[in-house]
Design a protein around this ligand. Structure first.
Ligand code: BGP
Length: 461
């Protein structure tokens, strides 16, 4: 069969996961608690079927076999994160030697199998001890994060060549401090803005530390640079779209990728008394910091319309004062996850990166489809997930088109490798190339995993 969509020889193929979602905990591992260990226990009703972080996918104990499983389907790269609270149980201070050994083993095993480790430092998982002191709301966190990042560079920087400071830094601010989805379940825009500002500064400090160490590798960040689609070209809809873009995308992309907060945002926040405290050197630091590589997580587009009703502006300030989310009639849905499927979005992102953000090197760091009750699709012991193959094909075709038009896309990582635990949804929706049997811990390759192997072998399909 001919390969219609051919990717470059050097293309990164693999999958991504995160520490908290995959490692699990075993007795005596000396891991410190993080906000997910805590909230999945204390706010158990908020998690699907009440599943906590205790057992998540068992990567801590199965890492050797799991890396063999990756090699079996010919991955040449894999992203996971380091768990801050595993490495430094109190967030600052003493290092957990068992964690050092674990991460060394993971990195060494990956390299031995020809799989490039992509290591992320923070995937939503604040150590509980630091959350108790205010987490990202407390400016002190910048120092703590910088020191944690430096510890990681020192311990693993000789072998890890691709580092990432944060995964989707907007989420902890937005879900944890504005929309009541993640712990600490605060609803307060100014506090969310403070969290975001401190996160950006922590990112800048870590990049700076990495550069100063003169290590031979690249450092970047993983974000969702979501394209916004207004309902229509009516000026009210377009304006609503611009506001959604300003608050949820440009507020983060521009400081990280252009070195500057958007002026319009500052003006609006000033007008509504929502500006976080900004110290003298903060803006200079943001201006000086540039990344080498960008990871893009893409799941869904953002559709927006003008507000149906004027709202009472005496309440808690919110970006949703300026727009309504829009459910486009006839949109194609992933009903398990309740989100729209729109493969062209990945192409639009690539073009946005090309046009607005200097065509920086990037890769798809997450893309995938979560399906509830996936056991329904088991045939002869294997999940026959044709829908996942179709989903990946469609997205890859758009990635390829963007590359043909000059986008510097370096690879594609599927979310995820083995079905993993998720924030809020726990094990409700399955995303993996391998199915995890929650009862037995057994991991079996799905049809999509077999298909992905053929794609890697041919560098295309
Ligand atoms: C991304 C996160 C991942 C993963 C994924 C799927 O935003 O970076 O950690 O969870 O979404 O999300 P969910 O499992 O909630 O459907």
């Amino acid at each position: 069969m001919t390969t219609k969509y051919k990717f470059p020889e050097s293309f990164f193929w693999g999958a991504s996961t995160s520490a908290t979602q995959s490692e699990g905990r075993v007795e005596g591992d000396n891991k410190g608690e993080n906000i997910w260990d805590y909230s999945s226990k204390e706010y158990n009703h908020r998690f699907f079927d009440g599943v906590t972080t205790e057992k998540t996918s068992l990567f801590y104990q199965d890492y050797k076999e799991d890396i063999d499983r990756m090699a079996d389907i010919h991955f040449n790269s894999f992203r996971t994160s380091i768990s801050w609270s595993r490495l430094i149980p109190d967030g600052v201070g003493e290092i957990n030697e068992q964690a050092v050994e674990f991460y060394n083993n993971v990195i060494d095993n990956l390299i031995a199998k020809g799989i490039e480790p992509f290591i992320n430092l923070y995937h939503f998982d604040m150590p509980m001890k630091l959350q108790e002191k205010g987490g990202f709301e407390n400016r002190e966190i910048i120092k703590a994060y910088k020191s944690y990042a430096e510890t990681c560079f020192e311990l693993f920087g000789d072998r890890v060549k691709y580092w990432f400071t944060f995964n989707e830094p907007m989420i902890p601010a937005e879900a944890g401090y504005l929309h009541d989805r993640h712990y600490p379940y605060v609803v307060d825009f100014k506090r969310a803005a403070t969290v975001l500002h401190h996160t950006i500064l922590a990112h800048c400090e870590a990049v700076d530390s990495y550069r100063k160490k003169g290590l031979d590798g690249k450092i970047g960040i993983i974000m969702d640079v979501i394209p916004v689609y207004p309902r229509s070209q009516n000026s009210a809809d377009v304006k609503a779209g611009n506001m959604a873009d300003l608050f949820y995308t440009r507020s983060l992309n521009e400081p990280i990728l252009l070195g500057k907060y958007p002026e319009e945002l500052i003006d609006i926040l000033k007008e509504h008394d929502q500006l976080p405290d900004v110290e003298k050197n903060d803006l200079e630091l943001i201006k000086q910091t540039a990344v080498d590589i960008l990871g893009i997580n893409y799941y869904k587009p953002r559709r927006v319309k003008a507000k149906d009703y004027e709202i009472n502006k005496n309440g808690i300030f919110s970006p949703e004062w300026f727009f309504d989310n829009y459910e486009m009639p006839g949109r194609r849905m992933n009903t398990s996850r309740g989100i729209e499927i729109y493969p062209k979005g990945i192409y639009d992102i690539a073009m946005m990166i090309k046009e607005k953000y200097g065509n920086i090197d990037w890769f798809v760091s997450e893309n995938g489809i979560g399906i509830q009750e996936e056991e329904k699709f088991i045939e002869n012991g294997q999940v026959n997930d044709e829908y996942r193959i179709d989903f990946l094909k469609e997205h890859l075709i758009w990635v390829k088109k963007a590359m043909d038009e000059g986008s510097n896309c370096l690879g594609f990582h599927m979310w995820t490798f083995v079905d993993c635990w998720s924030w809020i949804n726990a094990y409700k929706n399955r995303y993996g190339f391998y199915r995890l049997d929650l009862e037995t811990g057994e991991k079996t390759l799905k049809k999509s995993g077999e298909w992905f192997k053929t794609v890697i072998d041919k560098n295309g399909f």
